[in-house]
Design a protein around this ligand. Structure first.
Ligand SMILES: Nc1ncnc2c1ncn2[C@@H]1O[C@H](COP(=O)(O)OP(=O)(O)OP(=O)(O)O)[C@@H](O)[C@H]1O
Length: 686
């Protein structure tokens, strides 16, 4: 493997805004960081401070309005940078039906340069397993009880596999979102030690972290402390105490330093309530929105720089605001505005001497936080940050080509089959399902008669056969694809493979089911129910069952790809299926459908399969009548052909309908790829 390229990261005057109904909201406000290569950096702050947004901004995974710059060495984020950067998400998104060793080996096959030999790739994986201390569970299936896969490895081990997936490419920069969330203290410490070790050969690692223990906090080199999107501190961890003691804040003995500073820069409950009420007030009094009353003081951008000028202006403005507030009282002022209670600070952690008068306001108030931000902006730490020189020369990133798209499709297909091999029970269930269902249904229809009532019975069973093929696969896909889609989105953020490789591999992995399930169903049900079983008839029935089954799975893919939530996908499936059932020709005669809705039958795949299997079954059959079925002494239908002509199905063509079914399948594949690409772009924030 090539050596690590040491990459420092520079964030310069970076602001990030998102569009909301009320206009742009500032999430990050003029952030400046200079992170030397080989450092482990913690981003901390209260909930909503902007930690994840900052991490995502560095990863180039945000969509919104940004100003300023984020540089890796001297380059902004690009596909080239993405190849040496790894993002470890908070969710442990991986194939839970594989073992850690299999997961890492497939990542290696997909993402490592094609010049690296198989043996060397395996060795890289073994080294990662060893360094992450997960060798003991390397061959245990990860597991996911909620997906019906028996629980395998523990949460902490899963977290390490997640980190390991990000390490395979030997990245120079690793961004980690909450690596310790949900872990016990010991495992959290172990995970952070692993990250610390990874910085030793020059990697730069930036991690958001939630309430770290003191021992974990001390492992970090630098701290980024955020409060309401503003930078309150960026500097070495070991200078924090000195920094705050200079403004008369001392952490009490035996206090967790991280908790203490987060509390220090958080708004008190009263302030939060005030903010909430002010928002309510401004909303209900839209009459003043045009006047741009500065009620939203949190996101007032310019205050820090122009504090002095503002003091004068403030008096004037207060007058204006007072007038306006007086007017507001005539309007519908929320009752609770006057009840807002801003508690006095009674937290013994923040006994505020403040003798030098630098910091204004009481802890927990906006004034206090603004004052801290201003103090930091004027500090030596900030000067040091800004003085760190951005390298002039372009970095040599040792980028080598990975396997081509076809090879990647095959690797992904192989991964799919490994997953199935690890889930034997699931495979057996899927193959048993058509066998059991066909026996049961066949049994209900056993001994279908050849008299006039047998005509409708035959129509009924043929309708059920086609419908069940579509439904079985739609449902199977809707359960499986969302989980795989999550892995796809994660891997595509890492540019691991193109969208069509993923999709094609899914089709190939599902194909054996798409052939076996309908074949088992048709072959078992035909003799039991008394349908025609000559080879040609059976072949036609099997062929259209296969086409229906694959149309079902293609629709399932399309719905899953187009929707963000599996629940929505599951709710959409019946919405699609019901019109298909209605207009296929079984429920209502196709000639009797009202004109305005008649067009639906032409986009109904069930119809195209159903008509062919009806023609296939009825051709060559002779029908009789019981005494009660005779009409004026005549038996109305005596041959299958007569019935087909009566129904207008006689001219139905096997090949034409097969081609239409194939068009449905390919059409939904194309749409699925389109929707997946869109989801991928959305995820990338582009
Ligand atoms: N796309 C968006 N639209 C509107 N508001 C957003 C958007 N993204 C983030 N925010 C808001 O920006 C703020 C910062 O969000 P972010 O997720 O970065 O916070 P965080 O510090 O990571 O919080 P937590 O610790 O709770 O995960 C929050 O108030 C959040 O609601």
């Amino acid at each position: 493997m090539s050596e690590i390229t040491k990459i420092p990261i520079f964030v310069r005057d970076f602001s990030f805004n998102v569009k909301t109904k009320k206009g742009y909201k500032t999430i990050l406000d003029h952030i400046n960081l200079s992170i030397p290569s080989g450092s482990l950096v913690a981003i901390i702050g209260a909930s909503g401070a902007g930690k994840t947004t900052l991490l995502n901004s560095i990863a180039g995974r945000v969509s919104g309005k940004s100003e300023g710059s984020i540089l890796f060495g001297n380059e902004p984020h690009s596909d080239r940078i993405n190849k040496i950067l790894s993002y470890v998400t908070q969710q442990d998104t991986m194939h839970t039906n594989l073992t850690p060793r299999q997961i890492l080996r497939f990542v290696a096959d997909l993402r490592l340069p094609k010049t690296i030999k198989k043996q060397e790739k395996n060795q890289i994986v073994e080294n990662i397993l060893k360094s992450l201390q997960i060798e003991h569970c390397a061959d245990t299936i990860v597991g996911s009880p909620e997906s019906g896969i028996k629980r395998g490895i523990s949460g902490g081990e899963m977290k390490r596999v997640n980190i390991g997936m990000g390490l395979v490419t030997n990245p120079s920069v690793i961004l980690v979102d909450e690596p310790t969330s949900g872990l016990d203290a010991q495992t959290a410490y172990l995970c952070t030690t692993i990250l610390k070790d990874l910085t030793k050969d020059g990697r730069t690692i930036i991690s958001t972290i939630h309430q770290p223990r003191q021992s974990i906090f001390e492992l970090f080199d630098y701290l980024v402390l955020l409060s309401h999107g503003k930078l309150v501190y960026f500097g070495p961890i070991n200078e924090i105490e000195n920094y705050f003691s200079a403004i008369d804040f001392y952490p009490p003995r035996n206090t967790n330093l991280a908790d203490w500073i987060i509390d220090l820069v958080s708004l008190s409950e009263g302030e939060l309530k005030k903010e909430e009420t002010i928002n309510k007030l401004s909303k209900s009094l839209s009459v003043y929105q045009k006047d741009e009353i500065q009620l939203d003081i949190i996101h007032d951008k310019n205050d820090d720089k122009k504090d002095e000028e503002k003091d004068e202006e403030k008096d004037d403005k207060n007058e204006v605001d007072k007038d306006k507030k007086d007017e507001l009282e005539i309007q519908d002022i929320p009752n609770d505005f006057e009840d807002v209670d801003i508690p006095k600070i009674a937290n013994p952690n923040f006994i505020q001497n403040n003798s030098n008068g630098i910091i204004k306001g009481e802890v927990g108030t906006l004034e206090f936080i603004k004052s801290l931000v201003k103090y930091y902006n004027d500090s030596d730490l900030m000067k040091k940050t800004l003085s760190m020189e951005i390298p002039k020369e372009k970095m040599n990133l040792h980028l080598e080509k990975t396997a081509n798209s076809i090879k990647k499709t095959l690797i992904l297909t192989k991964r799919g089959f490994y997953g199935l091999r690890n889930q034997k029970r699931y495979v057996i269930q899927r193959l048993l399902q058509p066998a059991v269902l066909s026996c049961l249904v066949g049994w209900v229809f056993t001994g279908i008669s050849n008299n006039q009532s047998g005509l409708m019975d035959r129509m009924g069973i043929l309708f059920f056969i086609i419908l069940s093929q579509m439904m079985m696969t739609i449902i199977a896909v809707l359960f499986v694809l969302p989980k795989e889609k999550a892995v796809f989105l994660r891997e595509s953020m890492d540019s691991a493979y193109p969208t069509f490789s993923f999709f094609l591999s899914k089709i190939l992995t599902e194909l054996p089911f798409g052939i076996l399930v309908p074949t088992i169903f048709a072959v078992i049900i035909s003799p039991i129910a008394g349908l025609q079983t000559e080879p040609k008839k059976l072949f036609t029935l099997v062929a259209f069952c296969i086409l229906s089954s694959n149309t079902g799975s293609s629709f399932g893919y399309m719905i899953s790809a187009a929707t963000r939530l599996p629940e929505i996908a599951l709710a959409l499936a019946p919405v699609m299926l019901v019109p298909m059932i209605m207009f296929c020709g079984f429920m209502i005669d196709l000639n009797n459908i009202t004109k305005a809705l008649s067009w639906i039958q032409y986009i109904d795949p069930i119809k195209y399969s159903y008509l062919v299997v009806v023609k296939n079954e009825f051709t060559g059959l002779k029908f009789t009548c019981t005494q009660s079925e005779l009409v004026q002494g005549i038996c109305p239908v005596t041959t299958g052909e007569q019935f087909l002509k009566l129904k207008d199905y006689y001219d139905v063509s096997f090949w034409e309908n097969a081609l239409v079914m194939l068009a449905f399948i390919f059409g939904s594949w194309i749409l699925s790829i389109y929707f997946l690409s869109k989801a991928r772009k959305r995820e990338a924030g582009r």
